[in-house]
Design a protein around this ligand. Sequence first.
Ligand code: ADP
Length: 394
Amino acid sequence: MTVAPTQHPPPPPTADAVLKLLSDVIDPELGSNIVELGMVAGTDVAPDGAVTVTVALTTMGCPLRAQIQRDVRARVGSLPGVSSVDISWTELSSEGKAKAMSVARRNVAEKAPDTEIPTTAKVLLIASGKGGVGKSSISVNLAMALATRGHTVGLLDADIWGYSVPRMLDLTGRLEGAETERKILPQTRAVGDGVLKVVSMGLLVDDEQTALMWRGLILNRAVRHFLEDVLWGPMDFLVVDMPPGTGDVQMGIAKLLPRAEMIIVTTPPRSVQNVAARAANMGRKNYLRIAGVIENMTAYAAPDGTRHVLFGEGGGEALAAEIGAPLLGKVPIDPVVSLASDAGEPFVLGEGPAAEAVGGIAERLVSELVPAGELAGCSAHLAGTPVRLAGRPR
Ligand code: ADP
């Protein structure tokens, strides 16, 4: 008879391991990591794995505190052996503030970001475990919904060989080069008070066959180019339509965008939940924050108001509970979605249950942004010299 080995919980991490992960947490205003800025005043790991991190803020009232809190929890909580994460807050001394400011200034001046993505842009990776769940439809319409609310939104079609963004937006032109540098310009269009900037493989190659030939050769590098060689300029949001699944290309994108947050799109059947959970795990392995789950193709709401459950129910809630992330919204089945997509007119610009649902999700994401005016209480402004965070000229 074989005896099953006793399962031991993983041992608690060392304080150094915790500190190493904290150096992935960026102060969103100063654009540098909180360890380098001297904002980590202490890390304590109890024998049962309970971690307490003391964070010294530039000012206690800084509205970015919530974001730092979420990031610290997400990163440290992902370490094996951590049973809980507690954050205690304190304030930097005036010397500490001066030091943080000089580190931030030096970094802005010296360290060009690895990508052209401004450090202040909220980067949303729209991912799914498998194709056909509506990930591209959600990406395009969410980007459009954010732009119609007055934001500058980048839309990166990283689904290199299955690109569908140009068709959904009826974009037929080609990406152009910038005049001064060897860089590419996104296709830009005004949307209400906002702006949408689009980059897709479909705007570089002439047909899908050519795109397929590139497969394997440059897939990973293509996305890298889109992040490094596209002059994105200022952006409030960057929405990335990820390739479906959890392979090397997806991991590569997650590594290139360490500050990104993931949104997992899934459908109601619970059978899809496991594949979707894999996408969340991939994000967690790369220490990305999971911003939430969107359930697409929820029950069909007929014009007479009756609900028809076509593909089962509960998948979105179940996935959200399993991965410990909020359910951001449920987008019902709406015939308008595919009609609008074929016509190159995003459905969110019209009316109907799907447009309402995606609009609601956009509102929720906007409400998490800290308005620029509220930053007045934070360090960069206290010191009298606002730091340009994106590190790039406008
Ligand atoms: P993915 O990017 O996950 O492969 P797509 O966005 O291309 O998925 O969507 C797959 C198909 O399902 C498309 O034909 C699209 O129009 C349709 N679709 C997506 N979401 C909905 C919805 N909520 N209601 C009706 N049709 C939808």
